[in-house]
Write a protein that binds this ligand. Sequence first.
Ligand SMILES: [Cu+2]
Length: 316
Amino acid sequence: MFLNVSNFVEGVDKAFVFIFAICVFLLVGITAVMLYFIYRYNKKRNPKATQIHGSTSLELIWTIVPLIIVLVMFAYGWTGWKPMKEKAPDDAMQITAIGRMWSFGFEYPNGKYTDSLYVPQGKPVELDLVSEDVVHSFYIPAFRLKQDMVPGSDKDRMWFIANSPGSYDIFCAEYCGLRHSYMYSSVVVMPPDEFEQWYADTAAVQPETAGETEMSADAVAGLNILKKNGCNACHSMDGTRLVGPSYKGLMGKTETVMENGEEKQVEIDRDYIVRAIYHPDEQIVKGYQAGQMQSYEGKISEKEIDQIIEYFKTLQ
Ligand SMILES: [Cu+2]
């Protein structure tokens, strides 16, 4: 529980342990006094109650002692929290952390992109927290760090120095819709030389595509675009219905869609896919909700859509 895996653990845990100890002390103390009073002043042992009217010294004690206690709590809390909000060291590695419904993604200065966060041990890392849709909250419990990702804000940042190699959980800590609970990832801390090697390996710039060797280069690129943009949080490849329809058997199929409140049959071709990705709310697939999928116009080019289509064709 108290492993110093980031530079902030000690400060936060000191405040926590102090507050927890005070709580335990009060719980035990108050319960003991209560039991003693029940025993000592019950009707048998103390038939005639004594009335007390005001006691300046008592008033002073139960005002000043708690005041001191909460001020000490504040002092511990403040000293643990303040360094998180200070500017990151100048040599901090800059990584962009992207949150979207419903996955995290990480972009490194050399263009590398991953689903899990990889960081070197012992070196400061600064995250620029970006949301592509709604408010998410980036939470690394083991590092004692949590910060909201607010769409449109460029001020959401977080920095840390990871001390021990290993893998630690990342959660979204702000309810952000249906599949919020699927929004988890991990931060992998590597010894510096191992990290350098991993980082320099730009052949792996794209997310891992294991076991998909029979696909054409375009189809693989298409799959990577889907992964990179978090499309698969809402769409499955195997026919399973998620928030959106599955990609399986999509190309060439006739789809029933709602356009301006009217039901229509359309054949799924390139134009349809482009419209679905750039203007998702123009034609809503029947049985699904509008307003779930955002427009990817400006984020995904038509050339990339062609690669996505190449990938869709492998799922017939
Ligand atoms: Cu979220």
